[in-house]
Every structure is written in structure tokens, then in C-alpha cells.
Ligand binder design. Structure first.
Ligand code: ADP
Ligand code: MG
Length: 240
């Protein structure tokens, strides 16, 4: 298939049902969603509407029961686990509501952790200056250039989320998937995190899918998609 004019990310007729014993919970019932390169899209919906489920499928953390996920025109939902791991490590950054920082590591070490894990000691050592410079620059981009050597317990919630965003970008992904990135923050700090995401999108061309139950945060995206009863209800263009 030609991928030249394909969207960066597309979900087609995606279904997902959770099964526990004889109990079936149908969550997604035919979701269609497409993201152009350079877009910032928000997905809104009530708690339990399947937002996290959809984001996990888009990020190949889980597989749909039916339907397909394409990334850069290539089908990815049916890749074997090792292939999905490579895709995720190289092309997709993930951010969650809880920051999942390692408490013993400093801010810059947390940002570097994914590359340290991915590379052998030797190859990390050979490229350490390049990676440290990139980590420092990312932390400056998210407004944390003055907190490189702090531990997570010395950071505010907003600063921890900024660190998690920088960590998600260390491998230079094409796509950032954020699940309730402001969900644990007060309004003003949430707005600041939204502003960080908007700047990464506008200035660095990063494509972003952001899940939120907060319509004020969602309105900061180029486009909002609503999940209702397992399907995408409407695409509304945000006012400029
Ligand atoms: P949201 O992120 O919009 O709040 P979720 O995608 O987390 O919604 O969950 C959608 C529905 O699927 C909820 O009813 C939830 O209880 C159920 N669910 C989510 N994950 C699982 C799972 N691993 N096993 C069973 N049910 C699940
Ligand atoms: Mg959720």
C-alpha cells in the first residue's frame, strides 16, 4: 500500500469488548478516527466511555477485537508483540495522568531512562553526550531547565508532568499520546501543561492525541472528537 498521502494514524471500525467470565462489557463499537501529521486532537467522553481503551489501542498497548489501526499507512494492530514494542519505542511517546517517574532518579535521569534501558551500556556510553544534551534541551523546552538535578519528591505535580512529557519525547517520536495529562492537576497547572503540549505541536510539529474528560482542556486542541456509546459522535472544529 502507498503510504505517501496516508494520515499519520488511523483507526477503522475498531471494536473492543472486555470479558470477565460470562460477563461482557462492550466498550468500543466501531470507532473511526484519523489524525493528520502535525495535528493536535482531543478525545473527550464521560468517565468509562472508553477513552483510555481507545488510546491504548492507538498506541498498540492492546489489540482491537475487530477493525484496524494504521500508522503511516502501515497496519500495526496485527504486528507481533516485538514489532509493536519497536513501533512504540521509536515512534510513539506516551504520557499518563500519574507521572510514573522513578523516585530515586533525578529529573534528567528520568528523561534519559528510556534510552538507557533501550541501549546497551556501551552504545549509551558512546552517545551519552548527545542524549544528555537532548534531555537538557527537552527539559528547557517544557520549562524545567532549572530543575535538572531534582528528585521527583522535590517537584510539584505540574513539574512532574513536564518531566514525563520530556521523557516521552527523548526518542524523538512522531506521535504523542496523552491520557488525562492534566487529570491530577489544578486548573491553572492543567492549563500550563496544555500550553506545553500546544507549543510542542505548534513549534515542533509534534502530532498529539490527548484524552481528557475536561471540555475546557479539550477545547485547546485543533479538533475535538467525542466518544459516546462506543462510537465517535462528532468532529467539531475548534474556533480559531
Ligand atoms: P475512560 O478512560 O473513558 O474512563 P476506560 O477505557 O478506562 O474509560 O474504560 C471503559 C470501560 O471498560 C469501563 O466500563 C471500564 O470499567 C471497562 N474496562 C476498562 N479496562 C478494563 C479491563 N482491563 N477489564 C475489564 N473492563 C475494563
Ligand atoms: Mg481513562
Amino acid at each position: 500500500m502507498s503510504s505517501k498521502f496516508a494520515p499519520l494514524l488511523a483507526a477503522t471500525n475498531v471494536h473492543k469488548t472486555y470479558r470477565k467470565g460470562t460477563n461482557e462489557v462492550p466498550v468500543l463499537k466501531g470507532v473511526d478516527l484519523s489524525l493528520a501529521s502535525g495535528e493536535l486532537v482531543s478525545i473527550v467522553g464521560q468517565s468509562g466511555s472508553g477513552k483510555s481503551t481507545l488510546l491504548h489501542l492507538l498506541g498498540t498497548l492492546d489489540r482491537p477485537d475487530d477493525g484496524q489501526i494504521h500508522f503511516e499507512g502501515h497496519r500495526v494492530d496485527n504486528l507481533p508483540p516485538a514489532g509493536r514494542d519497536i513501533l512504540r519505542n521509536r515512534y510513539i511517546g506516551l504520557v499518563f495522568q500519574f507521572y510514573h517517574l522513578l523516585p530515586e532518579l533525578t529529573t534528567i535521569e528520568n528523561v534519559l531512562a528510556p534510552v538507557m534501558i533501550r541501549h546497551s551500556v556501551w552504545s549509551y556510553w558512546m552517545s551519552r553526550r548527545k542524549y544528555r544534551a537532548r534531555a537538557k534541551s527537552l527539559l528547557e523546552t517544557v520549562g524545567l531547565g532549572h530543575r535538572l538535578d531534582h528528585k521527583p519528591r522535590e517537584l510539584s505535580g505540574g513539574e512532574m508532568q513536564r518531566t514525563a512529557i520530556a521523557r516521552a519525547l527523548i526518542a524523538e517520536p512522531k506521535l504523542l499520546l496523552a491520557d488525562e495529562p492534566t487529570g491530577n492537576l489544578d486548573r491553572q497547572t492543567g492549563d500550563e501543561i496544555l500550553e506545553v503540549l500546544r507549543r510542542l505541536n505548534a513549534d515542533h510539529g509534534l502530532s498529539i492525541v490527548m484524552v481528557t474528560h475536561d471540555s475546557a482542556i479539550a477545547a485547546g486542541a485543533d479538533r475535538t472528537v467525542s466518544l459516546v456509546e462506543g462510537r465517535v459522535q462528532a468532529d467539531k472544529q475548534a474556533a480559531a
